[in-house]
Ligand binder design. Structure first.
Ligand SMILES: [Zn+2]
Length: 117
């Protein structure tokens, strides 16, 4: 199989799905760790919100943030299990928290972990 983004030949078991695309591991990590670098306005909005009102998080975002704070580093599937959310939901909340520069993704071996920004 080939990665939908960079076209690299990738073993089917290493292919990760993200946003409906089949990505190699590098592109996947890139996709989960960088939220829309092509959309500076969203980042700008997230930042100005933070400055103007302080960080107002939904209860789910707060739960996720607190969990990452507690564990320092936690993979998406484990966070999903602990918060009783799907991985997709965790990714969605993570994307917002990444925008707010509260959380970021890092890679440890084969695992993508969420950690404090
Ligand atoms: Zn790729």
């Amino acid at each position: 199989m080939n990665c939908d983004r960079c076209g690299a030949a990738t073993e089917p078991e290493d292919i990760k799905e993200h946003g409906g695309k089949k990505l190699c591991e590098d592109c996947y990590l890139d996709a989960v760790s960088q939220v829309k670098t092509c959309d500076p306005w969203a980042v700008h909005l997230a930042k100005s919100d933070k400055v103007r009102t302080g960080v107002t998080l939904t209860s789910r975002q707060e739960q996720l943030y607190n969990l990452v704070k507690e564990y320092k580093e936690i993979p998406f599937p484990e966070a999903a299990r602990r918060l009783d959310m799907t991985e997709e939901e965790v990714r969605h909340e993570f994307a917002t928290l990444r925008h707010l520069e509260l959380l970021k993704a890092c890679k440890r071996g084969d695992l993508v972990l969420m950690t404090l920004f």
